[in-house]
Design a binder for this molecule. Structure first.
Ligand SMILES: Nc1ncnc2c1ncn2[C@@H]1O[C@H](COP(=O)(O)OP(=O)(O)OP(=O)(O)O)[C@@H](O)[C@H]1O
Ligand SMILES: [Mg+2]
Length: 518
């Protein structure tokens, strides 16, 4: 809880200021005549001590520059306080940090602000004074000396000081991260390192996809958002249960159903950076491990189209051979059961990839999310799908009626109530059997977005044509409910490579995931 301290009116200030100046000038000349400077200094010190002895407050100075180094705590306090100061304050200082698109507000000179923490009220004052003329220095200091003074009641000091300062540092880091542009990293440079020995290249990440714009079943969407939020807030849970603080999501479904959009929405929702790992550029397991070691926490590590990136079907050939090696085979784990030669010199093994996601190395750092995407879940090795590896399997389906309503709102600004009941009914009847992806539907809406009515009728036309074609060709699947589709897809995925496979553990479903999180 914070409140701005109101200044007196200018008139009141002027009168009191003038009289104070007069008194001060008189006292100063009197003191100069009577007392030598040493005595004056000693008196001042003495009165100061007496004052502090009887005062119920203690004061802490946090200066901007500590010796010659910048004081991290000063910056943190400034950022922390800036999150409270309202934009309509009387006078505020504005700052925009490097690589940040956000402007932060700060207290201007000698302004005060009251904060409370754990029921204890404290006062912050921003103190700015002129620095004395400098002698020569290699690193010139700013002309102004800035600092914060924290005033706490003496009796509260031991109660909150440490935890309050820790809290401020934590909040400031959070604000800094939120204000900073997201970064998208890629390893497209192959195995080569930059001048700092860094294997990733980065660009600012400004993808506009959010969970609001993502067209999918709202219940399913909420489940994913809750899961992500639980993960991000789950530090103590993961510590208590002895689990590494990471989570894996497998997004699967036809092209154009929003898998990449979902990854961008996840990153925007949690304010995480994205590491887009191009597996075809990684030559061996140790390179993969190095890449992992150079990722930061609070990030999403993405492997898109996992079925195309690496030949994971290799093991199927081994399975036909009675003496085939499996994942638990030490040679396979070391990488000698690699798929090298089949991927143009790429010798990453499945075991290397599994180690990447849940081996010991995956824990160097924390709060990391792994996302794999595929259009063909049935091509993935069950080892990738089994329990505990990819915690949540998310089927991105063809456009359903609830998803269609989101697209109509995004592209045409239409709410359900803006559309004619008959049109809505027709859309609802035909959308499932049309099996159009959200990308296809977006395309129709974008083309006609200037004429909203026309856009809806064109969409209806397109949906009907597709539905008729599907019925004629007999390609329509019998069941269309998302949940049933999820189950079917996963069952198919687990069954097809299973013949003779040594990985027969069942695939988890979302309900099991939820149980686990609880
Ligand atoms: N569920 C969705 N919600 C909103 N927009 C979507 C959705 N799915 C697709 N789109 C639109 O279609 C475009 C392509 O979607 P996206 O790249 O996310 O699909 P994808 O599933 O990753 O496809 P692929 O399997 O080919 O990589 C996006 O730019 C987005 O505008
Ligand atoms: Mg994609």
């Amino acid at each position: 809880m914070i409140q701005k301290v109101e200044a007196n009116t200018m008139k009141e200030y002027w009168t009191s200021f003038a009289s104070l100046l007069g008194v001060l000038a008189f006292c100063q000349s009197l003191l100069q005549v009577i007392f030598p400077p040493e005595l004056r200094f000693a008196c001042l010190k003495f009165f100061n001590r007496i004052f502090h002895l009887f005062s119920s407050y203690c004061y802490f100075d946090i200066t901007e520059i500590d010796g010659v180094n910048t004081n991290e705590l000063y910056n943190a306090v400034q950022l922390y306080l800036s999150s409270f100061v309202s934009i309509n304050g009387s006078r505020l200082s504005l700052t925009r940090a490097l690589n940040s698109s956000a402007i932060t507000f700060g207290l201007s000179n000698n302004d005060c602000i009251v904060d409370s923490f754990n029921g204890v009220t404290v006062l912050w004052e921003h103190v700015v004074t002129q620095r004395q003329a400098q002698t020569f220095s290699w690193r010139p200091l700013p002309e102004e000396k800035r600092g914060f003074t924290l005033r706490i009641k003496k009796r509260d000091k031991s109660l909150i000081l440490d935890s309050y300062l820790d809290y401020i540092m934590e909040r400031a880091n959070e604000i800094r991260r939120k204000n900073q542009d997201r970064l998208l990293y890629t390893n497209s440079r192959g195995g080569s390192l930059d001048s700092r020995g860094y294997p990733w290249e980065s660009v600012p990440f400004k993808h506009p996809s959010t969970f609001d714009t993502l067209a999918m079943d709202p219940v399913k969407k909420q489940k994913i958002m809750d899961d992500l939020r639980d993960f991000a807030n789950g530090q103590s849970f993961y510590q208590r249960t002895g689990r590494a603080w990471k989570r894996g999501y497998l997004l699967y479904g036809p092209p154009g159903t929003g898998k990449s959009s979902m990854i961008a929405a996840m990153a925007n929702y949690l304010s995480y950076d994205i590491y887009d790992l191009e597996l075809t550029e990684v030559h061996n397991n140790s390179e993969l491990r190095k890449l992992l070691m150079k990722t930061s926490s609070k990030s999403i590590i993405v492997i898109e189209d996992i079925d195309c990136s690496i030949n994971l079907t290799n093991r199927k050939k081994n399975n036909n051979n009675p003496g085939a090696r499996n994942y638990y085979d030490p040679e396979m784990r070391r990488g000698s059961g690699s798929v090298s030669g089949e991927d143009g010199g790429n010798s990453i093994t499945l075991s290397g990839l599994l180690n990447f996601t849940d081996g010991l190395w995956s824990c160097c750092g924390s709060e990391r999310i792994f996302v794999f995407t595929t259009n063909h879940i049935e091509r993935l090795d069950p080892a990738l799908l089994r329990s505990g590896r990819m915690d949540m399997h998310i089927y991105m389906s063809y456009c359903s009626y609830p998803a269609l309503k989101i697209l109509l709102k995004n592209y045409l600004g239409y709410e359900e109530s803006d559309l004619d009941d008959n049109v809505l009914k027709e859309l609802a009847e035909v959308v499932d059997s049309a099996e159009m992806t959200p990308a296809d539907i977006s395309e129709v809406l974008i083309k006609n977005r200037r004429y909203k009515q026309k856009a809806v009728s064109k969409l209806l036309e397109a949906l009907k044509t597709r539905a008729e074609r599907n019925v004629k060709s007999g390609s329509l699947r019998e069941k269309n409910s998302d949940d049933v589709e999820d189950e079917e897809q996963e069952k198919r995925a687990l069954e097809s490579p299973k013949e003779g496979s040594e990985f027969e553990e069942p695939c988890k479903n979302e309900e099991e995931d939820e149980e686990k999180m609880k």
